[in-house]
Design a protein around this ligand. Structure first.
Ligand SMILES: NC(=O)c1ccc[n+]([C@@H]2O[C@H](COP(=O)([O-])OP(=O)(O)OC[C@H]3O[C@@H](n4cnc5c(N)ncnc54)[C@H](O)[C@@H]3O)[C@@H](O)[C@H]2O)c1
Ligand SMILES: [Zn+2]
Ligand SMILES: [Zn+2]
Length: 410
């Protein structure tokens, strides 16, 4: 079968690989009808989230049809249409039972303290082969697959695999109360769903910060008040728009590949921090392999975090869902401490949120396919990665069609 394979930092290829087989009685094999490219995949290729094992199939978003189930998968049968939660979890340990699927005690072969197990990730996450492929093996399929209702299209369902649940989790742990003003840093696909989720949870105002015009425009269409950090100092603008108080909650939907402003009033201050950011990046991404414009790590890993702490009001909450690797050590702890901030963060407990989000989509409260801008056949995946990596105008979220069909819907 065809699959996207990690060969090294800056080196991914569409390869012919062998099809997966049932290995445990709790496994299922799924034939994928949709996959997608996530900002997290970009961290791997840029070298800011390591170490990846050569030969790992990438991708952690998937929708498809169950082909085969192991003996201990009792709630599904071949032919069922399913969405695959990105994180892998056993469903029976105390963490899973409490909804902390991303901290499952059993799923990660590196042990209970190794962190989140997920598809297509670094050595520390399993590693498990991912979902940018024609078929996938899904461990613990009794919780690792969620059945889809008949009316839901692939374009909608693929957003429920990772990015909508992640953003909803980010809004949930931010503790948004009715009427709160929420700042969302980053207007990539996760940021777009963070804006939607903040509104679903009662936010009165949402302020969205990025610099990519088409992404800011999509945020504005959703009703967010937008700030371009290359035109205005985002912290000053947030303060001005909130009567000097700051926002109640911040969601960081940027992560380790944050960039620093190159123009406008924020560029001067950021230039003074250039050397510091460079030192951070050396520790985070000792191996880099850019190819022209592609696979260039962000040049200011802690920039979004610094702005988050400055933009939030006293006693406010910061929710960090942008991904940072273990080597990332920079956070303005003193400033946060002296403002009595609450900091929430982590990998999403996808399985906890997906059933509720399916209901929300079914009810018409939200149409997640509005964030989907590109549908590409798996055969064009490397070019699609490159366009998403450089944030080409209009490229917000890329769905991949493993079976070659690019028509919308199931
Ligand atoms: N916690 C989880 O479980 C989880 C799940 C999925 C994705 N993620 C993470 O969420 C983050 C966003 O994912 P995505 O797919 O939207 O990625 P993306 O790369 O498409 O989006 C990131 C956006 O941040 C913007 N940005 C860069 N520097 C900035 C700055 N200093 N201030 C404001 N905006 C800035 C970029 O222009 C871009 O639009 C990534 O770090 C990804 O790894 C986390
Ligand atoms: Zn992801
Ligand atoms: Zn578990």
């Amino acid at each position: 079968m065809k699959a996207v394979v990690f060969h090294g930092v800056g080196d991914i290829r569409l390869d012919d690989v062998s099809e997966p087989k049932i290995e445990e009685q709790t496994d299922a094999i799924v034939r994928l009808t949709a996959s997608a490219i996530c900002g997290t995949d970009l961290h791997f290729v840029r070298g800011t989230m390591t170490p990846m094992v050569e030969g790992t199939i990438l991708g952690h978003e998937g929708v498809g049809i169950v082909e085969e189930v192991g003996r201990d998968v009792r709630n599904l049968k071949p032919g069922d249409r399913v969405v695959i939660p990105s994180t892998i979890a056993c469903g029976y340990c105390s963490y899973c039972r409490a909804g902390y699927y991303a901290q499952c005690d059993h799923a990660n072969p590196n042990g209970s303290d190794a962190g989140t197990a997920f598809f297509g990730g670094p050595q520390t996450s399993g590693p498990f082969h991912g979902l940018q492929a024609e078929f996938a093996r899904v461990p613990f399929a009794h919780v690792g697959l969620v059945k889809l209702p008949a009316g839901m299209t692939d374009d909608q369902a693929i957003m429920l695999s990772d990015i909508f649940p992640t953003a909803y989790f980010g809004a949930d742990i931010a503790g948004i109360d009715d009427g709160d003003t929420v700042a969302v840093f980053g207007c990539g696909p996760v940021g777009q769903f963070a804006i939607a989720s903040a509104k679903l949870l009662g936010a009165g105002r949402v302020i969205a910060i990025d610099t990519v015009e088409s992404r800011l425009e999509m945020a504005r269409v959703q009703g967010a008040e937008i700030i371009d950090f290359n035109a205005e100092h985002p912290v000053e603008a947030v303060k001005r728009l909130t009567g000097g108080i700051g926002v109640d909650r911040v969601i960081d939907a940027v992560g380790v590949d944050a960039v620093r402003p190159e123009s406008g009033p924020a560029a001067k201050e950021s230039k003074q921090q250039k050397a510091e950011f460079e030192r951070e990046l050396e520790k985070i991404a000792p191996e880099q392999n850019p190819d022209g414009e592609n696979w260039v790590p962000g040049n200011a890993p802690s920039q979004a975090l610094a702005w988050a702490v400055e933009s939030v009001c006293k006693a406010g909450t910061i929710s960090i869902i942008g991904v940072y690797p273990e080597q990332a050590r920079t956070f303005p702890i003193g400033q946060a401490m002296n403002k009595n901030l609450t900091i929430q963060m982590g990998n999403c407990h996808h399985r906890k949120y997906i059933p509720h989000l399916i209901d929300l989509v079914q009810s018409g409260a939200v149409d997640p396919s509005k964030v989907l801008t590109e549908r590409e056949p798996l055969t064009d995946v490397i070019e699609a990665y490159k366009a998403f990596d450089t944030r080409q105008p209009g490229w917000v979220k890329v769905e991949l069609k493993p079976s070659g069909q690019t028509a919308a819907g199931a």
